[in-house]
Design a protein around this ligand. Sequence first.
Ligand code: HEC
Length: 151
Amino acid sequence: MSSPDLIVRRSRIGTVCGSLLIALATMAATSVQAQTYELHGGGISQEQIERGQGAFMANCAGCHGDDLRSIDSNAPDLRGPTFKYGWADAPLSEKFDKIVTTMPPGMGGSLSDQTYADIVAFILSVNGVEPSGEDLPGDAGALETYVVAEP
Ligand code: HEC
């Protein structure tokens, strides 16, 4: 039979372990907090992001994944390190051009330029760009002055 004293001690250990777990979980949650980005030169609107999400799911998610984590061995993720090193600090027109001319593979140019811009707005939004009032234009020339940057 365990003495009451032992029971108290056991439950204290339980409480300490519990608090430690909560502390660790909080630290982990903080360290994986998503990286966010800012868009300089213009904005993306909430409506555009929603249109882009629909178009992305229909035309791109089959390889690049619903959440932009690739589900095809050849297709890159469109978030995380590939976004950080491929999209940030360069004119947005570069990625826009590449997408319009080559995506989906073998079917470049199959969507309207505005739909491609909507998809790009959705990709930016998943990567932490906040919506503002205006739409991203479906025009590579205009997007030369748009740059994604770390805050
Ligand atoms: C059939 C699979 C498939 C589909 C569908 C697809 N992609 Fe890709 N995507 C790829 C592959 C494979 C690559 C890597 C080869 C390359 O860069 O050309 C790639 C590369 C990319 C890149 C990276 C290019 C770079 O240089 O950083 C972007 C951005 C991209 N795709 C966007 C899209 C968008 C937007 C759509 C929808 C309109 C789409 N993809 C549809 C397979 C696909």
